[in-house]
Write a protein that binds this ligand. Structure first.
Ligand code: DSN
Length: 452
């Protein structure tokens, strides 16, 4: 049974009253809304969408079958759906300056699978970042279907360094070039899920060109930073760009693909009918909303605030004695190496202690981790969600101090309870959905917030 004792009276959707027909589900949704608004959401791949995104996701568009693409559907009744999907495609193209957009992938993994399918034959070689160095499951992990269809070779990061002028644990472009020359991949994949630094697309392009490979850039994590002008846009440099819409981009859960016009047909066929059936048009409508929001000037402020907050959080964590992978961050995420803080403390235990303290984040492997992916020696944190809720640099300093205190005194339940109270007080000042809260609405606090 879910513990709802700490759940405030928070609505879970803009249509909350309509949930009364199913009290069990309604209770669970409200309990989750309560959890999200009373604890800190620091998972680097999560965010708080706008209520407009929530409303579109919960709309009647979920009723419609629309296999195919605008103007070429396999079902009737798609006149309005065509307009919805066309709007999403046009907004995605305008936002990123792309010639073509496919907004149907149900997730980032599907977007990557479709891109591989469009560009490659089974058995072809792909050069991508290893999962334990910061890559993604679909970048060739043995556990992923991708490694059963294509042959992956990998690059990683440079060794850790104590020299602040030349921080290690950054993408090893010498290795990228060497492996590319030796293995002659058909495709090079740039992009990561646990890499705290900015990734320039040009060095990847040069290496890809030197071996006649195509270049795919997976911007699942920094898509919102790219849209908001805080990170370089790889669209003009890469052959294909894949991304998710729910991380820094702050839209509904889902994926999307951008490419040049000459690849449009191959990409579209790879998504449908190659990989998926009917598109989720309610989610596509919500993607359109998110693309529209990300095109607003306030989103540029948001993207800059996410990075500024991550840097402030990194400074605070370093002051607490944590070693940060690569020495800091250029984006929305931070990777902590716990070993120097406390050799005995695993990522798994730290995640559980912080969960009990109201601080939600995930354990993560660090480069060359000696522990398994289930246990790990690291923690990954991100600032996208709490920046949306309006938190700024002073709150990041407070969060870093709370994390340090909870992990140092992790066997003292009294201290963890104190941390939990401080977290609750902090969250009460920055409700993610003030308009939906029964505890009293208020404007989103800082310039970095959603502002709506
Ligand atoms: N699971 C996502 C993340 O947390 O980064 C990547 O797919």
């Amino acid at each position: 049974m879910t513990d709802r004792s700490t759940s405030p009276d928070v609505a879970a959707t803009p249509f909350d009253a309509w949930l009364t027909s199913d009290a069990e589900v309604a209770d669970l949704l409200r309990a989750e809304a309560g959890r999200q608004s009373t604890t800190l959401q620091l998972i680097a791949s999560e965010n708080f969408t706008s209520t407009a995104v929530l409303a579109a996701t919960g709309s009647v568009l979920t009723n419609k079958y629309s296999e195919g693409y605008p103007g070429r559907r396999y079902y009737g009744g798609n006149r309005i759906i065509d307009e919805v999907e066309e709007l999403a495609r046009e907004r995605a193209k305008a936002l990123f300056g792309a010639e073509h957009a496919n907004v149907q992938p149900h997730a980032g993994a599907n977007a990557n699978l479709a891109a591989y399918q469009a560009l490659l034959e089974p058995g072809d070689t792909i050069l991508a970042m290893r999962l334990d160095q910061g890559g993604h499951l679909t970048h060739g992990s043995p556990a992923s279907i991708t490694s059963k269809i294509w042959r992956f070779v990998a690059y990683g990061v440079t060794p850790a360094s104590d020299d602040p002028a030349r921080p290690g644990e950054v993408i090893d472009f010498d290795e990228v070039a060497d492996v590319a020359k030796r293995e002659r991949p058909k495709l090079i994949v740039a992009g990561a899920t646990a890499y705290p630094r900015l990734i320039e697309p040009e060095p990847f392009r040069e290496i890809a060109d030197s071996v006649g490979a195509k270049l795919m850039f997976d911007i699942a994590h920094p898509a919102g930073l790219v849209a908001g002008g805080a990170h370089p846009n790889p669209v003009a440099v890469a052959d294909v760009v894949t991304f998710t819409t729910h991380k820094t981009l702050r839209g509904p859960r889902g994926g999307a693909i951008l490419c040049r016009a000459e690849l449009a047909k191959a990409i579209d066929s790879a998504v449908f009918p190659g990989l998926q059936g009917g598109p989720l048009e309610h989610v596509i409508a919500a993607k359109a909303v998110a693309f529209g929001e990300a095109a607003l000037p306030s989103f540029r402020q948001y993207a800059a605030a996410v990075v500024a907050n991550a840097r402030a959080l990194a400074r605070g964590l370093a002051a607490e004695g944590f070693r940060l992978v690569s020495g800091g961050t250029d984006n929305h995420l931070i990777l902590i190496d716990l070993r120097t803080f406390d050799e005995e403390l695993t990522g798994k235990e730290a995640q559980e202690v912080l969960d009990r303290s109201g601080i939600t984040l995930n354990r993560n492997t660090i480069p060359d981790d000696q522990r398994s992916a289930f246990v790990t020696s690291g923690l990954r944190l991100g600032t996208a969600a709490q920046t949306t809720a309006g938190m700024g640099e002073p709150e990041m300093a407070e969060i870093a101090a709370l994390i340090g205190l909870a992990l140092r005194e992790r066997t003292d339940e009294g201290v963890l309870e104190t941390v939990r109270h401080s977290v609750r007080a902090l969250c009460d000042r920055f409700p993610p959905y003030p308009g939906l809260s029964g505890l009293g609405a208020g404007p989103v606090g800082a310039a970095g917030g959603r502002g709506s």
